[in-house]
Design a protein around this ligand. Structure first.
Ligand SMILES: *Cc1c(COP(=O)(O)O)cnc(C)c1O
Length: 389
C-alpha cells in the first residue's frame, strides 16, 4: 500500500486555532472585559418558520407506510430541481432540469468536481482565497498558480494573458474579501476561458447578498458562460443551511461531456440528499420562504452596512460590506494582519480574522463579518470609532 503523498504537500492551517488560543488567553487574563467576535464565518440566525414546518411534515411522511421513501434520485428530486429552475428564471437564466444537480453543499461538490479533470491541468485561484480551492487540488497533485487580488484592483483580479490556466476558480461575492465582479468583468473572464479552452468553477455561495439588479447573481447571466462554466451554490448562507446541508451545482449541457460525466460520477459515488432536507430546501424557494429568508439576509446586511459606514468615518480603506456579509479592510497605520489582530483585541476587545491567513496578498488586511448580533456589531463599531476616529 502506498499512501497519497500529495497530502504531505498540504499546508497546515493554524488560523482559527491560533485565534481561539489568543482570545481564550485574553479572556483568562481580563475576565471583566466583554470580548465581541466579528470573525464569525457561520450564519447565526435560525431556520425560518416555513422551512421548519416543511421539515416536520417530511419527517411525518417518512413514518407512514404510504408516504415512506427510500433511495431517491442521486441528482435530487424533481420538486426541488424545478424550484431551483424557477429561481434561476427570476435572474433571467433558463436551465434544463438535467443541468441541475442537488448536493449536500457547495464545499463537497467543489472538491468532488475535480474527479472530472486530469491531474495535469493548471489551476488558477485568486489570492487571497477560500482555502478549499487550493487544498482539494493539492490533494490531487495539481499545480496551482495564483491571480493577485490586491488594493490596486480592489481585490477583483482580471485574467493575465501570459498565464495559461485550465481550471479557473471565481468566487463572487467573494469570501474572504466581499468584493463582487460586475457583468463586464465576468465577460472578460469568460472570453479568457473560452480562448484557453479552460473551465470556470464559479462559486456563487453568497449570491443572495447581492441587492443591485445590475450585478450578476449567476455567471449564466453573461453570454457564453454556459460554454465554459460550472456554477456551485448552496442554501448555507442563503437560508441558514450550514448545519442542515443542501446545495446545487449547475453543469450546462453545452459542456456535453462534463454534464454526462458528472451524472455518472454522482450516480456512482453519491446517493442523494435526504428527502426530508430536500423538502426543507424546497420551502426556501416558495414565496413565503423567499420573504422570510430576506429578513435574515437583511439583518446581516444592516450589520455589514454599519461596519462599512463606521470604517468610512474612520478613513479605513475597505472593500465588501455592501453585497456581502464580509468586510475586508486595510489595517490602519500599515500594521500587519496579526499585529492588528492583537491591537484590536487589546484595545477594543474586538475579534476579527487576519487577512494573512487567506494567502500572501492578505497580509496587511483584516476580515470582519456581519454574522454577529446587531447589538454586538453596534457596540464593536462604537469602540472602533473611539479608537480610530
Ligand atoms: C460558506 C461557503 C460555501 C458553502 O459551503 P457549503 O458546503 O454549502 O456549506 C461555499 N463557498 C464559499 C466560499 C463559502 O464561504
Amino acid at each position: 500500500m502506498n499512501i497519497n503523498k500529495n497530502y504531505e504537500n498540504l499546508e497546515q492551517s493554524y488560523l482559527f486555532s491560533t485565534i481561539a488560543k489568543k482570545v481564550n488567553e485574553y479572556i483568562k487574563n481580563h475576565p471583566d472585559k466583554k470580548v465581541i467576535r466579528l470573525g464569525i464565518g457561520d450564519v447565526t440566525l435560525p431556520l425560518c418558520k416555513v422551512v421548519v414546518d416543511a421539515l416536520h411534515k417530511a419527517v411525518d411522511e417518512m413514518g407512514v407506510q404510504e408516504t415512506f421513501r427510500g433511495y431517491g434520485p442521486e441528482q435530487g428530486y424533481d420538486f426541488l430541481r424545478e424550484a431551483v429552475q424557477k429561481y434561476y428564471k427570476t435572474h433571467h437564466v433558463e436551465l434544463d432540469l438535467d443541468e441541475i444537480f442537488i448536493s449536500d453543499g457547495a464545499k463537497s461538490d467543489l472538491g468532488n468536481i475535480l474527479d472530472l479533470f486530469d491531474k495535469d491541468n493548471i489551476v488558477l485561484v485568486p489570492d487571497p482565497v477560500y482555502p478549499v480551492y487550493v487544498d482539494t487540488n493539492v490533494m490531487a497533485g495539481r499545480k496551482v498558480v495564483f491571480a493577485n487580488a490586491n488594493g490596486e484592483n480592489e481585490f477583483l483580479p482580471m485574467p493575465d494573458k501570459n498565464i495559461k490556466a485550465d481550471i479557473i476558480y471565481i468566487c463572487s461575492p467573494n469570501n474572504p474579501t466581499g468584493a463582487v465582479y460586475n457583468k463586464e468583468q465576468l465577460k472578460v473572464w469568460i472570453d479568457y476561458a473560452k480562448n484557453n479552452n479552460a473551465i470556470i468553477l464559479f462559486d456563487s455561495a453568497y449570491e443572495c447578498f447581492i441587492s443591485d439588479e445590475d450585478l450578476p447573481r449567476s455567471i449564466y447571466e453573461i453570454d457564453g458562460a454556459k460554454d465554459c462554466a460550472i456554477e456551485f451554490c448552496s442554501l448555507s448562507k442563503t437560508a441558514g443551511f450550514t448545519g442542515t446541508r443542501c446545495g446545487y451545482t449547475i453543469v450546462p449541457k453545452n459542456l456535453d461531456k462534463l454534464n454526462k460525466m458528472w451524472l455518472r460520477r454522482q450516480t456512482t459515488k453519491f446517493n442523494g440528499v435526504p428527502y426530508i432536507i430536500q423538502r426543507g430546501a424546497e420551502a426556501v424557494f416558495s414565496e413565503v420562504g423567499q420573504k422570510e429568508i430576506k429578513q435574515n439576509i437583511n439583518y446581516y446586511k444592516e450589520n455589514a452596512k454599519l461596519i462599512s459606514e463606521t470604517l468610512k468615518k474612520c478613513n479605513i480603506w475597505h472593500v465588501g460590506g455592501k453585497h456581502s456579509p464580509y468586510i475586508w479592510l486595510k489595517c490602519p497605520n500599515n500594521m500587519k494582519s496579526w499585529e492588528f489582530f492583537d491591537y484590536l483585541l487589546e484595545n477594543a476587545q474586538v475579534v476579527g480574522t487576519p487577512g494573512a491567513g487567506f494567502g500572501q496578498n492578505g497580509e496587511g488586511y483584516f476580515r470582519l463579518t456581519s454574522f454577529g448580533s446587531k447589538e454586538n456589531t453596534k457596540e464593536a463599531m462604537e469602540r472602533f470609532e473611539k479608537l480610530f476616529n
